[in-house]
Design a protein around this ligand. Structure first.
Ligand code: ASP
Length: 291
């Protein structure tokens, strides 16, 4: 494989609101794409770039994931994340994780250190503690959104999952998604983001990370559907991505996704007002936009 097929895409959620300024997020996303590009050019593995990029998105506090997550109706920050490795179809995820700074690192540890795919709640936290992952000592000080009636309005927060997909020089594809979920969620609610086949997917043909109305993405199995459309129906990346997203729309949801295929195509469709996104295309060009 040659460098010309290195591709990388990330999103900062399908929640941008018309009339708001996203210069800070756009500059941040572009910087992460440039850093990821340099790592891929230096031979880094797709999974390493995906996890590092998402860890930066989580730590920034600019998106509704990681440090920027919003709490549930009990005021608790329950975070979800998932990763998937295309060549092996190994996957790892955490759901309703409380008390740890980087859900995406916990998800990767589930994939690499356990025979399981998904750990939830107290079990996920106990596992993360054993893995020595960074803890949040003081949630009130760490999270940038107070949320609920004490914090910002739902219309300010909207939603803002983060995700990344990458293709490395060996041709391996990888995907990851991390989220604080939707504003005003019930305790214990888990959306599509950590679920392989719904909000995250990677196989030998495609890597996908979704954002938007999680319940509809779950019901449409969006991420796996794209892979299956390509595998069984012979659709190309853009056609499969648009068709899967149209099912979300037909179910009454909105959102978007980032996807890359094995031969250098990048698709970033959305049916919401906008989607914070950035990509490195196979020709080396960088695309970065919110609407
Ligand atoms: N899909 C996410 C969820 O339902 C939310 C988002 O993408 O903003 O948890």
């Amino acid at each position: 494989m040659t460098n010309k097929c290195l591709t990388l895409a990330l999103h900062g959620g399908a929640g941008p609101l018309r009339g708001r300024e996203y210069a800070k997020e756009l500059a941040h996303m572009r910087g992460l794409i440039e850093a990821g590009r340099d790592r891929l050019r230096a031979g880094a593995a797709a999974m390493d770039v995906v996890v590092e990029t998402i860890a930066h998105l989580e730590a920034s506090g600019f998106y509704v994931a990681g440090r920027g997550a919003s709490p549930n109706t009990d005021g608790v920050y329950e975070l979800d994340a998932g990763v998937m490795h295309g060549p092996t179809r190994r996957a790892g995820a955490v759901a309703a994780l409380v008390g740890f700074a980087s859900p995406i690192r916990a998800a990767r540890a589930v994939m690499e250190q356990t025979p399981h795919v998904l750990l939830a709640g107290n079990g996920a936290a106990a596992f993360a503690a054993v893995q020595d992952l960074a803890r949040i000592e003081d949630a009130a000080a760490w999270f940038t959104h107070a949320g609920g009636s004490a914090g910002r309005k739902a219309s300010d927060l909207a939603t803002g999952t983060v995700g990344c997909v990458a293709r490395d020089e060996t041709g391996a594809l990888a995907a990851g998604t991390s989220t604080g979920g939707v504003f005003g969620k019930m305790p214990g609610r888990v959306g599509d983001s950590p679920i392989p086949g719904a909000g995250v997917w990677a196989d030998d043909r495609v890597a996908v990370s979704c954002t938007g109305a999680g319940e509809m993405f779950l019901r449409a199995a969006v991420a796996a559907q794209i892979g299956h459309r390509m595998r069984f129906a012979g659709e190309d990346l853009a056609t499969a991505s648009a068709a899967a997203l149209a099912e979300v729309g037909a179910l009454g949801g909105d959102g978007g996704l980032i996807a890359i295929d094995a031969v250098g195509a990048v698709a970033m469709p959305f049916i919401s007002a906008g989607m914070k996104r950035a990509a490195l295309h196979a020709d080396g060009s960088i695309e970065c936009a919110a609407f």
